[in-house]
Design a protein around this ligand. Structure first.
Ligand code: COA
Length: 177
């Protein structure tokens, strides 16, 4: 079920939207003065296609004219080795109960309206019943993203180098279900 929020329509997205998601991700990355904050330089379209294939899915924020203003990728990790739970040093038993909020970005002309927060909140309504823990990574030097996730109840579990040497907080939120 879509959600209308201000000028935007939030929807669940699948792999057909991978090219549009990939395009927005690349254009946001290109315009960023500090590329370390959004470590997506090596990501390929095929990664996005896989990520948006079940059990993973996306959240799109579109204007009424259909412009993609923001996006978020939700991963339901199946491999412990590459999971954020592992990177944060958590108990392997929690893996099937985790979801990872990834790749969130908003086109520059649509920022300043809390769209990242709204997409993250909408994503919570689409998670499997079994999900108990939400994880994400944010650079300590990314105040907009950090403010969004802290306001939603995520808390820093650990701070470490990731993605080839970039400093990241790994944040976790426990769902009350
Ligand atoms: C991070 C991002 C998605 C946030 O976009 P957004 O949802 O439009 O965020 P907003 O501009 O509404 O800002 C969210 C909050 O941070 C605050 N904020 C924004 N920039 C800030 C800054 N430079 N310093 C301090 N606070 C800042 C805003 O005032 C707002 O606070 P509020 O909730 O009290 O109003 C967007 O900036 C983006 O796409 N950045 C590039 C990609 C990226 O960094 N993605 C995240 C990877 S973890």
């Amino acid at each position: 079920m879509d959600q209308y929020t201000g000028r935007y329509i939030l929807s669940r997205a699948s792999s057909e939207e991978a090219p549009a998601f990939y395009g927005l991700m690349r254009s946001v990355y290109r315009e960023m003065p500090d590329k370390d904050l959004f470590a997506v330089g090596d990501i390929e379209l095929s990664w996005m296609q896989t990520a948006l294939t079940p059990p993973g899915f996306g959240i799109s924020a579109r204007t009424e004219s259909g412009e993609l203003a923001g996006m978020l990728v939700v991963l339901l990790p199946e491999s412990w080795d590459h999971s954020l739970a592992n990177a944060a040093g958590l108990d392997p038993d929690i893996l099937p109960c985790t979801a990872e909020m990834d790749m969130s970005c908003v086109a520059p002309q649509h920022r300043g309206q809390g769209l990242q927060r709204r997409m993250l909140t909408f994503a919570e309504t689409l998670l499997p019943e079994t999900t108990r823990y939400l994880l994400c990574t944010v650079s300590p030097h990314n105040p907009a993203s950090l403010k969004s996730v802290l306001a939603l109840g995520y808390r820093v579990a650990v701070t470490r180098k990731m993605y080839g040497g970039f400093l990241r907080h790994i944040l976790i939120k426990q769902l009350q279900r």
